[in-house]
Design a protein around this ligand. Sequence first.
Ligand code: F3S
Length: 388
Amino acid sequence: MLEGQDGQATQKAMQILVALGTIYGAERMLPVSSVQIAGVSYDNLGEAGLQFLSAMADGAGRARVLATLNPAGMDIENWQVLGISPDFAEQQQRVIAAFARMGVITTCTCTPYLTGNLPRYGEHLAWSESSAVCYANSLIGARTNREGGPSALASALTGRTPEYGLHLSSNRCPSLTVQVNARLAENTEFGALGKLIGERIEASKAIPYIQGIQAASLENLKSFCASLATYGGAALFHMPGITPEATLFIPPDATFTVIQADVDAAIRSLNDATEAEVDFVSLGCPHLTIHEIARISQLLEGRQVKKEFWITTARPTKQIADRMGYSAIIEAAGARIAADTCCVVAPIQGRFTALATDSAKACYYAYAKNRLKTVFLPFDEVVRQALQ
Ligand code: F3S
């Protein structure tokens, strides 16, 4: 591949991986079983990114393993209702077309494990979306570093990744015990816990071993992964009774304790807007499960929203919602199911003042990317915000 026998794009891809492997001291390349590629929104990629993708597609780059995409800057099929400009839509469609030409499956989601890109324990991957990387490593026990868009694409085109970082067993050991003495149920509480632990480990890059969690739903855990990755750059945690590799380790001596008051304070810290200021409501960071969409349709049935309300999910999940009649109920209420995209990667700068969400990650980027204030509320309360 490096010598160019498989074409220009594959050669370029292998050059990227060799350079990465050299920097990180990898001894060999590993085969990967799946890839997830971030850097899909034209809002982030820009013209230079689009040209890189087009050149790789023109150079006969073709995916050798299962590869899916992170959210794009718009709903690929229904962008008009989200207030996306035709110019942006045209560029975004070119990005998607370039990926499709390379044989990348154009499911645009940060929860690939819910929609057909579900790895198994111990498999090596090249994934890039930070929340999904944390989920795959921790909840599934697959192995991936947090790839950039170009290196993930390079792995798709070669089926390889350099062996370093979290691919090595020796780098997956916990180094900090987190003792949670709080009862958590809502996504907001798990998001707040992710923020607390993330801020504690951000500098040390410790891998946390988290004790004291009695129960957690899939939805809670995807929220937690998103928050831990956002506030701590973490790509792996262990949680006895919940994550598969926790049984391999004993709790490290160094301990960080979280109590209910810490969780409550972290929740308060993500509320800097008044409810009266909220003019944008969004659920689906990370992308919603069908179970969550069912709940929204239950809460919206026969009612009318008063604010712009985006319900963001993967296209295959929306198709199930269509079949079940949830989409019709939600749209009749005036809310929008936005597939393929989210409130962070869509080009919404300047359109809104304050966002209501149950996602700690969305709160972080609402301000960092779009200068939005936030109201951080439990799931059902966010829906009620849209109705007020
Ligand atoms: Fe997914 Fe967008 Fe949140 S990519 S994790 S919904 S910021």
